[in-house]
Design a binder for this molecule. Structure first.
Ligand SMILES: [Mg+2]
Length: 259
């Protein structure tokens, strides 16, 4: 990975970004990170949040932040504003989503019985399409328990996706890259050109986005996860987490001012 400083970011008109430990810092959105979002929006940069957080949270992000759309649950759905109305899209149709809920119920039962130390994520009630377990937010389960959790998820035919805070049971084929493309199509009515967007993230659940977007940046804490990433970001910031996001925003704003 090369440092972000000095990289050419000309020709980029959209920024897709992970939220936890990329935009936020240990769960909090700092004033300077939010200000960076506002300045990017004011400069005409299209912004899409790509998070593993619940779709209920994505609704709030799309409603209140100066962004084009918010993709939640690692691509399971997305929200965007149309005038004062909030619109919502899903990767799968209602019948498929009902079948997926049955798979998640079976996983929940087995984890509850076999891994009593594993707790569901505190944001689970706001989720609609996936099931998230806490592996670093409030709880510190052993590596053996996390391994057993992943095995249970996969035995039920779901994918296991591990971020810095959660292990997700994902019962569909969505990912952050597909979610971004669908959200931009729905919100802007045009296809997402990955060569004109920059993606910034930090962890293994960002891998599909690191592979999809032409221009990719990791905030400095991505280094903690390089061993688990098959596709690494091309560039890396000096600063970690929200301060790293501000660094990306400054570089993009400079490139637009110069261009
Ligand atoms: Mg993250």
């Amino acid at each position: 990975m090369r440092p972000l400083a000095g990289a050419s970011l000309a020709g980029i008109d959209g920024l897709a970004f992970d939220v936890d430990d990329t935009l936020t810092t240990r769960g909090a959105l700092s004033p300077d990170a939010y200000d960076a979002l506002a300045r990017l929006a004011a400069a005409g940069v299209r912004l899409v949040a790509l998070t593993g957080r619940p779709l209920g949270w994505a609704d709030a992000m799309a409603s209140m932040w100066p962004i084009t759309a918010a993709v939640g649950e690692n691509g399971a759905g997305w929200a965007w504003r149309e005038g004062h109305a909030l619109r919502i899209g899903y990767a799968d149709d209602p019948v498929t989503r009902a079948e997926q809920r049955d798979v998640l119920a079976a996983i929940r039962r087995e984890v509850h019985e076999r891994l009593p130390a594993i707790r569901e994520a505190c944001d689970q009630p706001a989720r609609r399409c996936d099931l998230a377990f806490d592996v670093g937010e409030r709880e510190r389960p052993s590596a053996a328990d996390v391994g057993a959790l992943v095995a249970i998820i996969e035995a039920h035919g779901a994918r296991a996706l591990v971020s810095s805070v959660h292990a997700h049971a994902v019962p569909g084929r969505w990912d952050k890259a597909r979610g971004a493309a669908s959200a931009v199509r729905d919100a802007l009515g045009e296809p997402l050109d990955p060569a004109r967007w920059l993606f910034v993230g930090d962890s293994p659940n960002d891998e599909a986005a690191f592979a999809f977007f032409t221009h990719t940046v990791g905030v400095a804490n991505v280094r903690e996860h390089l061993g688990a990433l098959r596709v690494a970001p091309a560039l890396v910031t000096d600063a970690e987490r929200g301060a790293g996001f501000v660094e990306v925003a400054e570089a993009l704003l400079r490139a637009r001012a110069d261009g």
